[in-house]
Design a protein around this ligand. Structure first.
Ligand code: URA
Length: 437
């Protein structure tokens, strides 16, 4: 067996065997197969695809490239550990709401989260808006904290699915990220490595997502659900809309503030709907409720009765974060300049492209152009409207939070171009498209 034959086989449209996939991934991990051959295979997969068996074999090969956590070892034998993963979006602060809700009901949530990628934000960057918050959680603390308060959110370590870490970085610079079997295996290898018994996926679809159409998003979701089930995980995937940003706020401290508001029972409608839907799925898979809709009701009551909020505070304190800032969110970083983008005409909002709003927030300094760039936690965009809302001429579409005049001007232009105003009423966007169980 050799790497060239495997690349040629895929290039010519044939299915690879599990042995060939394992050979390639282990060679790539131990550096006997170089980046350029892995890039060639990724591009061949981009054009020729993979069937579901190949995608499963690729997931397992990447999983076996590193360690697997067993968080349930810290609990009595019948405890179900649950996890949640989003394929990435704009304004997507759901983890900050969902994880405390579920943990406050006694289901342990030990979650490995990521940083912002392209125009999509990352939970770790949002959490780091809090002074002192430590997201590098050593394995021993991870287990102890999970036992003591039932909630940990940390960064991925180099030991978990390292082949994915390498391959993902390569895909990022070779135009091979939005490839269905590569995405499914990348996400699922990390989720399986983190060791939860039940996994709920939030698969985003639309302008601000890797998957732009429902058919592809649905296929991605089904494929990941099948891969998880084959590894004896309880699975569920919610396909949610990402054409417009989720909630009002886009930007790290701004999103954290909105998550805090939501945990205190005053969140935006779409964020509450998505967070409680995901929590309902997790509570159902975790055996806490008879069905997901009962789980959603329970999740709503945890937001109303303050228990999810108290769990969030415990979690922040456990990871060294400054509680003063979460109790009084006006003490979180605030931008120097806050200016509106005004509607050029009255009408109904037809479109607010999530990708463009995400890029505006990144360019304001809320994301990275290079991996090594520092983030400005204060900057971002706060929308005033959603698709289908009525707006009058000169009313604000959004507020830009900036620390630099030139970046402010760029963001203003981008947000204006991202927003279409129609002269006729428009339909609101359905947030939850489908749930695959
Ligand atoms: N997130 C991942 O972890 N991997 C992908 O391929 C895409 C999104």
């Amino acid at each position: 067996m050799n790497a060239v034959d495997i690349i040629v086989k895929k290039r010519d449209g044939h299915a690879l065997t599990p042995a060939e996939i394992e050979f390639f991934i282990s060679g790539y991990s131990d550096e006997t197969i170089p980046d350029y051959q892995a890039a060639a295979l990724a591009m061949a997969i981009y054009f020729q695809g993979m069937d579901d068996d190949e995608a499963t074999a690729l997931t397992l090969a990447m999983l076996h490239s590193g360690h697997q956590l067993t968080p349930q070892d810290a609990f009595p034998p019948d405890t179900i550990v649950v996890d949640k993963h989003s394929t990435g979006g704009v304004g997507d602060k759901t983890t900050l709401v969902v994880a405390p809700i579920v943990a406050s009901l006694g289901l342990p949530v030990g979650k490995l989260s990521g940083r912002g990628l392209g125009f999509s934000g990352g939970t770790l960057d949002k959490l780091e808006s809090i002074d002192g918050m430590d997201i590098q959680v050593p394995a021993e603390q991870f287990t102890r904290q999970l036992q003591e308060i039932g909630l940990v959110i940390g960064g991925q370590t180099a030991e978990l699915a390292p082949a994915d870490g390498k391959l993902y970085a390569l895909r990022d610079v070779t135009g091979t990220v939005p490839v269905l079997p590569l995405m499914a295996s990348s996400i699922m290898s990390k989720k399986l490595a983190a060791g939860a018994d039940a996994i709920v996926l939030d698969v985003k679809v639309g302008y601000g997502a890797f998957m732009q159409d429902l058919e592809n998003a649905s296929h991605l979701a089904s494929l990941m659900v099948e891969i998880g089930k084959e590894s004896q995980r309880a699975m569920s995937a919610v396909i949610s809309d990402m054409n417009q940003p989720l909630g009002w706020a886009v930007g790290n401290a701004l999103e954290l503030r909105e998550a805090i508001q939501t945990l205190r029972g005053a969140g935006p409608r779409d964020l509450v709907l998505l967070a409680t839907t995901l929590a309902g799925e997790m509570l159902h898979l975790g055996g806490k409720v008879a069905d997901p809709s009962e789980g959603r009701q329970l999740a709503l009551s945890q937001l109303a009765n303050g228990q999810a909020w108290q769990k969030f505070r415990q979690f922040v304190a456990a990871q060294g974060g400054d509680l003063k800032q979460v109790d009084q969110p006006d003490q979180l970083p605030i931008a120097r300049i806050i200016e509106p983008v005004l509607a050029p005409a009255g009408g109904w909002i037809q479109e607010i492209r999530a990708d463009e709003v995400g890029i505006a927030a990144v360019n304001l300094g809320g994301g990275r152009a290079l991996k090594t760039d520092a983030i400005d936690p204060a900057v971002g965009v706060v929308l005033e409207v959603k698709v289908a809302d009525r707006i009058e001429s000169e009313e604000p579409i959004a507020w830009i939070h900036a620390n630099d005049e030139k970046k402010l001007a760029d963001a203003r232009q981008r947000i204006s171009a991202a927003t279409k105003i129609a002269s006729e009423p428009t339909e609101p966007i359905e947030l939850i498209h489908e749930i695959i169980r």
